[in-house]
Design a protein around this ligand. Structure first.
Ligand SMILES: Cc1cc2nc3c(=O)[nH]c(=O)nc-3n(C[C@H](O)[C@H](O)[C@H](O)COP(=O)(O)O)c2cc1C
Length: 220
């Protein structure tokens, strides 16, 4: 059955100069986003997080299936459980499971099996990707799940940054323990743990660069 068609709302035709201004403003702001691994425990207003989650939920998705669940974790005991389970996985990862090549790639970031930010940062959003739905007693596959959830997570990261919060995209491997700690069903696969909050005082970040425009963008 096709959806009812309605007029497009919220679009306004803008002059080129205004679009250049706005695109540059957004670019400049985007360039100040950095992955932060040291957090203050200062609280963040619920309304800020809720607005950012709602922004993530506006993302496009394959056939509008919106195959995501955001588990918004603030509870100290749950964060402790997540930290302990993540550190156990990471101890195995750094202690032998990770291929040498991957450890070399991670070296500039000074990461190790300690994940204090999972407890110090006031907010964790665990993003789950829904592989299929149970509808009318039937398993219904979702399409373009990774692509859709990746885009929604990108919207969420941009919204949190825009609001004035730092984030860390954290991917302990494997992440299945998140289903049991957070009570999520088997049709949902943990996608990323997004850590959010204010950076710790004197927080430092690795000096890294982004690829050059001409290296990345090919015009035909
Ligand atoms: C899918 C994905 C997974 C990541 N996993 C981790 C992680 O588990 N731990 C970590 O410290 N950083 C992780 N990062 C952060 C990257 O290291 C970081 O984005 C990259 O070094 C670029 O730095 P920037 O975000 O400051 O631009 C991840 C980023 C992405 C996009």
């Amino acid at each position: 059955m096709s959806a009812e068609m309605i007029p497009l709302e919220g679009y306004e035709r803008r002059a080129d100069e205004l679009m250049i201004d706005r695109s540059l403003g957004f670019l400049q702001q985007a360039r100040t986003r950095r992955t932060v691994r040291e957090y203050s425990s200062d609280p963040v207003a619920d309304e800020v997080v809720a607005n950012c989650l709602k922004t993530g939920m506006t993302a496009p998705s394959g056939a509008n299936q919106q195959p995501w669940t955001f588990v918004w974790v603030q509870d100290a005991d749950i964060r402790k459980q997540i930290r302990e389970a993540a550190e156990a996985e990471e101890r195995e990862f750094y202690g032998g499971r990770a291929p040498e090549e991957w450890l070399d790639a991670l070296q500039p970031f000074n990461t190790d099996d300690h994940k204090p930010f999972l407890e110090t940062a006031p907010v964790l959003v665990v993003v789950f990707a829904e592989a299929w739905k149970n509808a009318d007693g039937e398993k219904k596959k979702n399409y373009y799940v990774s692509e859709s959830v990746g885009i929604a997570t990108g919207f969420l990261i941009a919204a949190l940054h825009n609001a004035g919060l730092a984030t860390l995209t954290h991917t302990p491997s494997p992440m299945k323990f998140l289903n049991s700690i957070l009570g999520r069903p088997d049709n949902e696969r943990p996608y990323v743990v997004l850590v959010a909050g204010h950076p710790a005082k004197d927080c430092q970040v690795p000096a890294i660069t982004k690829r050059d425009f001409d290296d990345v963008v090919i015009r035909r």
